[in-house]
Design a protein around this ligand. Sequence first.
Ligand code: ADP
Ligand code: MG
Length: 147
Amino acid sequence: MKFTTHNAQETKTVAAEFAATLHGGETVVLIGDLGAGKTTFVQGLAAALGVTARVKSPTFTVMNEYLVGGQGVPSHYGQIRRLLHLDLYRFTDATELRALALEDERRPDTVVLIEWPNAITYDFSANVVVTIDHTGGDGREITINQS
Ligand code: ADP
Ligand code: MG
């Protein structure tokens, strides 16, 4: 599926609509240049799931965790209780990633979101590839491929 957006809010809206297709257990990789809108997309997705914490790019931390629902607040989307957000921009080899034991985090209650998956050679077995391309100015083309 392809979408064209003209500002950050429209990208968040596309992400929110995409969020409604998630069930939990998915790994989503986000591909695009610096400033393409990968983190913006994650922000829209997280907000749609009811995350109230401010979602920032985890470039200087390895992995950010956001809890969805819980504490008497029902999750909007089925069994999803947790988002994990990674940004591999500064990763140089897969050793750092293996230390995270990401495969153990692939749980039915978790959606894993990974910016810059191509920074390293590693098979994420992604269920969804989101590609964001600049089309001039604030224009973006967002391609969502679900497998
Ligand atoms: P990335 O994580 O891909 O490096 P960010 O989401 O952090 O990118 O930043 C994208 C920047 O581009 C933000 O400052 C955002 O406001 C701006 N922007 C402008 N137009 C768009 C658009 N159509 N979609 C997403 N972000 C946009
Ligand atoms: Mg980012």
